[in-house]
Ligand binder design. Structure first.
Ligand code: PMT
Length: 404
């Protein structure tokens, strides 16, 4: 199924009516499309379905009270309103529609709707006589003029025995229409695994061999992939960076750990981007105690090759689309092309690191995106801007395929 609510935060407002039981199903359908769902219930809604049910389904505490200091301290009405990418009131009773029209803030749901900066969608559900009431129709007209989208209602048998307009749209239909409120990102429905940062290869309990990678390029790629609608798994060596929102980060230290983490999750990935600066070798043995320097003028550490993560992924029978990086100081394009062929990558990002002001541990970079038959130069820009361009290049390549 197309996951076009991936990384989207939906605040579901449930008001009083028999259709409130359908909210439980709606939460599931929204989650199936990738949404993170939080729920606000009116007092009347709680007469039809319990907050506990919706809490269990949404995996988040259900918000019910505007004047509860404890709830407000945990996540207040302003924070809830800020958190949401979209507020959906489903079912929206005639009463809640009237209160929204008047701009009332007499309970948590209407207050959050007043404080929102995002769009609002209502899914009316009521008895058909209430639906046809001129006041309800006038109120909905006002909401429409204010840009509030209305989904449904449908026509059919009603709980009270009447037949006519007023049934809330079915949850699966609602979820699709809610997803249509968002533009679909370039990587919607894709799972992307990204490696980032350095690895550390232990010599003894206090010393290690590493490099100057900060992880900035990989974390920028993770953010750009999330923004493009992807599900993102970030396998990160040691960095001081905060994990971008909606990203699942797996922390590793050594190249072997990075390899193990990647191999255990690669079967879920459609795309792998290897931006980590992985140590090619590690000491054959790690001393159990801190090594002593007394009486020694030189020291030799025997090293053994680490597994090549990106090449191992590209060699899989059902390999994802694999993007590597090549940090080079000379003959950048030629070496990068050679690496792409040797490691059987679909794309490589050639990174000229001869200029210390870009590349390793800086906020800027300049790269060339190479595939078997294309070459695109991306001049110096912030790592985030470059990450966005790299995401676009990957998405184009996936859509168009390699030109023959
Ligand atoms: O982290 P920053 O400070 O933001 O810096 C970003 C960066 C300069 C580290 C990044 O842009 C970059 O160029 N990363 C690749 C660094 C590198 O040294 O590549 P390499 O030539 O050793 O390896 C080529 C490719 O194989 C890379 O995709 C690498 O992740 C991968 N590799 C290498 C060795 C190994 N054992 N396993 C691998 O997967």
């Amino acid at each position: 199924m197309m996951k076009n609510l991936m990384n989207r935060r939906i605040l579901l407002g449930v008001s009083g009516g028999i259709a409130a039981y359908k909210s439980a199903e709606l939460i599931r359908r929204l989650q199936d499309l990738g949404a993170d769902v939080r729920v606000v219930m009116t007092r009347a809604a709680q007469e039809f379905i319990t907050p506990l049910t919706l809490q269990a389904l949404s995996g988040n505490p259900v918000h019910v009270d505007l004047l509860d200091p404890a709830a407000e301290a945990a996540m207040g009405h302003i924070e809830l309103a800020r958190w949401a990418d979209l507020i959906v009131v489903a079912p929206a009773s005639a009463d809640v529609i009237a209160r929204l029209t008047l701009g009332k803030g007499d309970d948590l749901l209407t207050t959050v709707c007043l404080a929102r900066r995002c769009d609002l969608v209502v899914a009316p559900a009521m008895n058909e006589a209430m639906w046809h009431n001129q006041t309800t129709q006038d109120n909905l007209q006002v909401l429409k003029q204010r840009g509030i989208q209305q989904i449904g209602p449908a026509s059919g048998g009603q709980a009270c025995g009447d037949v006519g307009m007023g049934r809330m749209s079915e949850p699966s239909q609602l979820a699709v229409e809610i997803a249509n409120c968002f533009e679909s990102g370039e990587l919607a429905g894709k799972t992307v695994m990204i490696t980032a940062g350095p690895t550390r290869e232990a010599i003894d309990p206090v010393r290690y061999i590493s490099n100057h990678s900060s992880g900035k390029m990989g974390y920028a790629l993770a953010q750009a992939a999330v923004d493009a609608g992807a599900k993102v798994v970030l396998v990160s060596g040691p960095t001081t960076l905060a994990c971008p929102e909606h990203v699942e980060r797996i922390d590793v230290v050594s190249a072997q750990q990075m390899y193990d983490a990647c191999m255990s999750r690669v079967q879920d990935a459609d795309i792998v981007v290897a931006s980590a600066a992985v140590a090619d070798f590690r000491p054959v043995t790690v001393a159990e105690q801190k090594m002593k320097k007394t009486g020694q003028e030189t020291m030799t550490i025997e090293m053994v090759k680490n597994p090549d993560i990106v090449a191992s992924i590209a060699a899989l029978e059902t390999a994802p689309f694999v993007v590597g990086f090549a940090a080079e100081t000379n003959d950048v394009i030629a070496y990068a092309k050679y690496k792409m062929q040797r490691k059987k990558l679909n794309m490589i990002i050639a990174n000229d690191v001869s200029d210390a002001s870009i590349g390793f541990n800086t906020d800027h970079n300049a790269v060339t995106v190479l595939t078997a038959d294309t070459q695109q130069t991306l001049p110096e820009a912030s790592k985030f801007q470059l990450a966005q361009s790299i995401v676009t290049a990957i998405s184009k390549e996936l859509t168009n395929g390699p030109s023959s």
